[in-house]
Design a protein around this ligand. Structure first.
Ligand code: 3AM
Length: 675
């Protein structure tokens, strides 16, 4: 490839690397005089239509996206079986290599990279494109530290993503979402999960689920709870906030993850604010989840009045969510102290602002004064989360509210196991200890989905799997049957019939046509029969009467069959036309003609190649030699069209003509010179 010029403008300079599907080259665009990266589909894959389709899909979906955090696609092309995509050349390396080099990344760097990937995803999701294969190998880090997402190879327009072929789960198993591993419904939250795995890998240096084979990894994605980074590596420095964000991305249930990338970006932004405070005091890293508003260190140091105003609303909320509504008392106490100390009474809002400022300074002071002091202020009673699965929504809500926690329905979905109104899943596991007011989200069953069997009749068998899985059903028994009217490969019957009500995962049996039934009969002997008798035998055997010609014969009486197109005893498909040669009696004696020079003519051999049609499985090939108004069968055989062509080696003398018939149709008359 090196030195090759593609599309008349891209000169391949060197190989940069290669993935499973393709090889990446550095190239120079001669028109715009700039370096580009060219991704070329591997040679051995260009003959595989499925890979070619994926490759084209990559070019199509990625080309429609333009974003600073997405590797730009400039051009695509096909040349001499070389499929290629021309991309922006990114000076840098993959995030995979970067992590491997550094072991693990700092919290700050993790958030910085993750946020950029999230921005790229936001742009793609807005354009209805789900990446489906987010992994550190597909994230390039430039020398300036900019993250750029590439390889939208298996991305599909989100609008058509409801069709997901279970037999062809695509992606990289260590970064798969549970729904991808199951072959279930994939949406933008699947990318959020994969990004969660990447974030986990950035902070810890390892992926949360690993095993020695892909199936086990996929099973873990579906079943196993990830160990939080701080529990997996005890001395890991990670804020609770970032850890919670990662764990929320890694929720098994789509409803419990961030509902879109925007929510995730907001979580990152709140971390920036968190870090600004954290700069003043490292100890706060160990504190429980507390969402502080986005404030900069600069905001805190400049003018207090203004800063307090900025943080007012959110700080209050954050304060409450952390301390619980009951801790308002604590809040008030501090407030009163402050009020007592100040003589002039300010308006209500201002007081609140001062309260917040006071709490913040109290926190700082407490930390400076020692962790014990901080803990005293922060003490909030904890409650144990009960098992809610299978309980009624109202009952579950009451239990949660009575415990002082917050109840929230994250989603309602069809479920075959639980009746309508029962809890299917809960965001916080039974037995977990939570501070008051902490939200517990649940998924409530909408009962069984009303499914009706879709119509399969008239559809091709290869579509059946997708049609059924779309309807929440499975393929049942597939049988084949002959049909004179339904083309081969089409479905001609199904059970249960279309529109029958069904339950999820029920099986639907169907019958696929294999075309008309071909029956073979042994060819009867026609020789020495008179024409009428021969015709009767032909018809009685389910065959058809073909062309009848005459020829002189020394042995066979005039009017009787002297030759038949298919030799007696040979298997012949019913309906085949049979040609006959009838004797026209003895020829008038002619003096033998002397060969010039008296020499025997030389015999030559010729490989006659006959191409076979593709639209049938088997055909009857007949080759007849044309002899003085008559014909001699030199080949008659049923052949399998998988072979594409048959070669018949003919030995003869002089120049001869041969009629070639395929399924009784004259295809060609070949003239062969054997001299
Ligand atoms: O394995 P390394 O990291 O050396 O960086 C990508 C990786 O190299 C590089 O090709 C290799 C296989 O993915 N690569 C991919 N896209 C690129 C691009 N647009 C790229 N290098 C530069 N520009």
């Amino acid at each position: 490839m090196i030195g090759k010029i593609l599309g008349n403008r891209y000169e391949i300079i060197e190989k940069i690397g290669g993935g499973g599907m393709s090889i990446v080259y550095k190239a120079k665009c001669r028109v715009l005089n700039r370096y580009v990266a060219i991704k070329v589909l591997r040679d051995e894959l260009t003959s595989d239509p499925e890979f070619v389709a994926k490759f084209k899909q990559e070019s199509l979906s990625a080309a429609s996206l333009a974003h600073p955090n997405i590797v730009n696609i400039y051009d695509t092309g096909i040349e001499e079986d070389i499929y290629y995509i021309v991309m922006e050349f990114v000076k840098g390396e993959t995030l995979k290599k970067y992590i491997q080099k550094k072991g693990k990344l700092s919290e700050q760097e993790t958030v910085k990279i993750s946020r950029q990937v999230a921005e790229a995803l936001k742009h793609a999701h807005t354009n209805n494109i789900i990446h489906r294969d987010i992994k550190p190998h597909n994230i390039l880090i430039t020398e300036e530290g900019i993250a750029k997402v590439t390889d939208f190879g298996i991305a599909r327009a989100a609008t058509s993503s409801t069709i997901n072929n279970t037999s062809n789960v695509i992606g990289s198993v260590h970064y798969f979402s549970p729904e991808q591993a199951r072959g279930g419904y994939v949406d933008d939250k699947s990318d959020i999960y994969s990004l969660g795995i990447v974030m986990y890998e950035m902070v810890t240096g390892v992926v949360p689920f690993d095993a020695d084979n892909h199936i086990s990894v996929a099973m873990k994605q579906i079943q196993e709870k990830p160990i939080p980074p701080s529990k997996k590596f005890k001395n890991l420095e990670i804020s609770k906030n970032l850890e919670d964000t990662i764990m929320k991305c890694l929720e098994k249930h789509q409803s419990f993850r961030f509902q879109n990338v925007d929510e995730l970006i907001k979580a990152f932004d709140s971390m920036n604010g968190f870090r600004a405070v954290e700069k003043n005091d490292e100890e706060l890293i160990d504190s429980p989840t507390i969402v502080l508003p986005a404030i900069n260190a600069a905001d805190l140091s400049d003018n207090n009045e203004i800063n307090i105003d900025i943080i007012d609303e959110n700080s209050d909320k954050a304060f409450k969510s952390f301390f619980g509504e009951d801790s308002e008392v604590e809040n008030k106490k501090i407030k009163n102290n402050n009020e007592n100390n100040k003589e002039d009474k300010k308006e209500k809002k201002k007081n609140r602002n001062i309260t917040i400022a006071a709490v913040l300074s109290a926190l700082v002071v407490a930390v400076i004064g020692g962790v014990i002091g901080l803990k005293a202020i922060m003490y909030v009673p904890e409650v144990t989360v009960p098992d809610l699965i299978g309980k009624n929504e109202e009952e579950a809500q009451k239990i949660i509210v009575d415990l002082g926690l917050t109840f929230k329905v994250a989603n309602r979905e069809f479920n075959n196991e639980f009746e309508e109104g029962k809890i299917v899943d809960q965001s916080v596991e039974e037995g977990s200890k939570l501070k008051e007011n902490y939200p517990v989200e649940v998924v409530v069953s909408k009962g069984e989905k009303a499914i009706t069997v879709p119509n399969l009749i008239g559809r091709y068998a290869i579509e059946a799997g997708i049609i059924l899985s779309d309807a929440g059903l499975n393929e049942g028994k597939v049988t084949e049957s002959n049909s004179d009217s339904v083309p081969s490969g089409q479905i001609m019957d199904q059970y249960p019939a279309a529109t029958t009500p069904a339950n999820e995962d029920d099986r639907v049996d169907y019958v696929v046509s294999i075309g008309p039934k071909i029956t073979y009969v042994p060819m009867p002997n026609l020789l020495n029969l008179n024409l009428e008798a021969a015709k009767l035998v032909i018809v009685q055997n389910g065959l058809a009467v073909g062309e009848v010609t005459e020829e002189t014969s020394e042995e066979i009486e005039k009017g009787l069959v002297l030759r038949q197109s298919v030799a007696a005893g040979q298997e012949v498909a019913q309906g085949t036309s049979i040609w006959m040669t009838i004797s026209s009696g003895k020829s008038v004696e002619e003096p033998p003609v002397e060969e010039p020079g008296g020499e025997e003519p030389t015999t030559g051999s010729y490989p006659l190649t006959i191409s076979l049609p593709k639209n049938k499985d088997k055909v009857l090939v007949v080759v007849q030699k044309i002899i003085d108004g008559g014909r001699e069968i030199i080949y008659s055989q049923e052949v399998d069209t998988k072979e594409q062509s048959v070669i018949i080696n003919i030995e003869d003398t002089g120049i001869q003509k041969y009629d070639i018939y395929i399924d009784n149709e004259l295809i060609e008359t070949a003239e062969i010179n054997f001299e």
